[in-house]
Design a protein around this ligand. Structure first.
Ligand code: HEM
Length: 209
């Protein structure tokens, strides 16, 4: 183990790289302190740049049409709504596994929990990719209602924060609270995406495939 910082009680590893990633403000966790804030510049600017690029593309791109038919589904909107629901369920698994890794829930953290945390997070983001491609290509950055505006902003924030998390992971010099806080932003943005689109669809057009 190359990193000298103590791990949360009972947790085998931190997030995606058990040997290098500093961890957050949890029991028994230390961090590099205030002097570490500049180390966040690159991850935050990288995430911000991605969020802005998605938003500008979505705003400037002329909405197109694309024929999507998936066997068993009534249309692309429901494919997207169910994929978004799967992504949220995977994100809940990632959140619960993180709370266990940091000693917030459960007594010990078996070694497979960090693997579950890594893969549930990766799959959650992977599942959203075909959805956002359809959103950006067919709808673009919408703002014709507060719901659609919040949805479009949450979509940009989701990928921006995810990029910031991925850029922070290999760094040892970022503040210890970085991963829990940025992870929390990613999770909240995904829930906002689900509420403003999938739940809206299910409550206005019914729950079906
Ligand atoms: C930059 C990111 C995104 C933008 C600009 C965007 C934009 C939009 C817009 C304008 C709509 C139509 C809303 C309506 O008129 O009801 C929509 C629908 C939807 N979006 Fe997104 N979205 C983005 C990312 C995402 C992501 C990441 C997800 C899922 C994780 C998602 C899931 C959905 C779903 C389920 C619908 C409703 C189904 C539909 O009407 O096709 N969106 N999106």
């Amino acid at each position: 183990m190359s990193n000298t910082e103590p791990r949360p009680a009972g947790s085998p590893a931190t997030d995606d790289d058990p040997d290098t990633a500093p961890v957050g403000p949890f029991p028994g966790v230390t961090s590099p302190g205030r002097g570490a804030l500049p180390a966040l510049a690159v991850p935050v600017l990288g995430g911000l740049a991605l969020a802005v690029v998605l938003g500008v593309y979505g705003r400037l791109h002329e909405p197109g049409t694309v024929a999507v038919s998936v066997a068993g589904f009534s249309g692309p909107a429901y494919v997207k709504a169910w994929l978004t629901t799967v992504a949220v369920l995977l994100a809940v698994v990632q959140l619960v596994s993180a709370l266990n890794m940091y000693g917030r829930i459960g007594h010990a953290s078996p070694s497979w929990v960090s693997t579950l945390h890594r893969w549930s997070g990766r799959l959650a983001v992977l599942v959203t990719v075909p959805v956002v491609v359809h959103c950006l290509y067919v709808f673009g950055f919408g703002y014709d209602s507060p719901r659609v505006l919040v949805h479009s902003l949450a979509g940009c924030l989701f990928y921006g924060a995810f990029a910031t998390k991925m850029l922070s992971l290999p760094r040892r010099d970022v503040p210890g609270w970085t991963l829990p806080v940025v992870g929390g932003v990613v999770f909240s943005a995904l829930v906002a995406l689900w509420l403003t689109a999938a739940l809206w669809l299910f409550t206005t057009r019914g729950v079906h495939l």
